[in-house]
Design a protein around this ligand. Structure first.
Ligand code: NZQ
Ligand code: ZN
Length: 385
């Protein structure tokens, strides 16, 4: 196991009814900006619950943060924050609202032009407005981590940043808020959480038994509960298991002290930026192709994955690996998520342009060994057609 530092200061309030306790985690005198997306929280009663819980607070609202939040929209919120001297940000929504809120939190106090945050992957952030969240879509883990992914419409970029300053102070996780998710978003959440786990698990062994077995527990839970959530949208126990899995998949725990891949995510972000596919859809396309292309480097973990997750113990190593990749693909498809570019109307003609964007973003040595070159990425995308 590698050395690590793990600091996860986010207070988690988990379960039905926890929104009512918002006043225990936001200072009474705060000037609070509630940030949200396209309005699902107004239709499903989550906004009402938030406002009831915050009676007596000085509240402001900023809506319209879109999926794959854009710099253009977020800068309008930065203006509002500065103008109204907001000193607490409350994100109510999915990963996009959360990521957008993190960017706003840092940008509002940033002395340079805020896109610089993205150009430097957040490395120069020294302070941010405190933030917390009420999560309504279990997927990204953003509610308990230091990362955010921001898109810029004018240039077609989608890039991530990190800073300990933007780790949410609290996360309210009420599984009931997820009952109104459309099937496509249920699938997005399950597949994203699954692939977050894979990015930190499917690399090479470092004898990290706790991290491996935690990761395997998350994968098995998502495989078991994902399809059930599609069939029984209002089953609390299923929703609770998915919600906690998604948070645990990317809050630092399973990634501590182990190598990490993230090639699938870096390729996926370019596909979303260029073609507008949902984040998880891009991952479902790319991951099986990465697994196949890197089967030598990932062999030991692929075999462990095949055995412990899919019970594949018979036959040659390569046939077990093939079967594990096929089972993974089948799981995504069972969630209603196609796994080829062509399923989304893409014929592969944009692959050179995608590779050019990867190059622009410095993504020329990806994966846990840094051995995925631009040519390898091209082959991975070609194989995903
Ligand atoms: O905008 P509203 O009206 O709220 O509707 C949203 C949105 O249309 C809807 N939704 C959310 N909760 C709902 C609901 N609809 C009904 N009932 C509810 N309870 O779902 C749609 C998608 O929401 P979005 O926030 O975009 O989805 P998700 O949580 O999957 O976030 C995706 C974004 O997170 C980034 C992705 O790149 C993408 O931009 N990621 C962030 C990460 C991080 N910060 O650590 C890691 C991830 O790998 C990922 O890259
Ligand atoms: Zn993701």
């Amino acid at each position: 196991m590698d050395n690590f530092v793990l600091h996860t200061p986010t207070k988690v309030l988990f379960g039905e009814g926890q929104i009512a306790h918002l006043n225990s985690v936001i200072p009474k005198q705060a000037r609070v900006l509630i940030l949200y997306g396209g309005g699902s929280i107004k239709r499903n009663g989550v906004m009402d619950q938030v406002q009831n819980a915050l009676k007596g607070y000085t509240l402001f609202e900023f809506g319209g943060i879109e999926p794959n939040p854009t710099y253009e929209t977020l800068m309008k919120a930065v203006e509002l924050v500065r103008q109204e001297k907001i000193d607490f940000l409350l994100a109510v929504g999915g990963g996009s609202v959360l990521d957008g809120t993190k960017f706003i939190a840092a940008a509002a106090l940033y002395t340079q032009e805020p896109w610089h945050i993205i150009e430097t992957t957040g490395g120069d952030i020294t302070q941010a407005i405190p933030l917390g969240s009420v999560l309504t879509l279990p997927a990204t883990g953003s509610e308990m981590n230091a990362g955010g992914v921001i898109s810029r419409k004018s240039t077609g970029d989608k890039q991530h940043f990190f800073s300990p300053s933007v780790i949410p102070q609290f996360a309210i996780l009420d599984p009931v808020t997820t009952y109104t998710l459309p099937q496509r978003q249920i699938a997005n959440g399950v597949v994203d959480a699954f692939i977050h786990t894979m990015e930190q698990y499917l690399t090479y062994p470092v004898d990290a038994k706790v991290q491996d077995r935690f990761a395997e527990g998350l994968l098995l839970t998502l495989i078991e509960e994902g399809p059930r959530a599609l069939a029984e949208p209002e089953n609390y126990a299923i929703r609770a298991n998915i919600m906690w899995s998604a948070t645990m998949a990317l809050n630092g725990l399973i990634g501590a002290g182990v190598p990490q891949d993230w090639a699938t995510h870096m390729l996926g972000h370019e596909i979303t930026a260029m073609h507008g596919l949902d984040h998880a859809q891009t991952l479902a396309i790319v991951l099986p192709s990465v697994m196949n292309a890197k089967r030598e480097q990932k062999r030991a973990k692929l075999l462990q994955y095949a055995e412990r997750i899919w019970n594949l113990r018979e036959g040659s190593e390569d046939s077990r690996i093939d079967a594990a990749i096929a089972a993974t693909r089948h799981f995504f498809e069972q969630m209603g998520m196609p796994t080829h570019l062509s399923d989304y109307g893409l014929d592969g003609s944009s692959i050179p342009a995608l590779i050019e964007k990867l190059k622009q973003h410095g993504m020329t040595a990806l994966g846990e060994h840094g051995d995925i070159t631009l040519q390898d990425s091209q082959r991975i995308l070609e194989a995903a057609r």
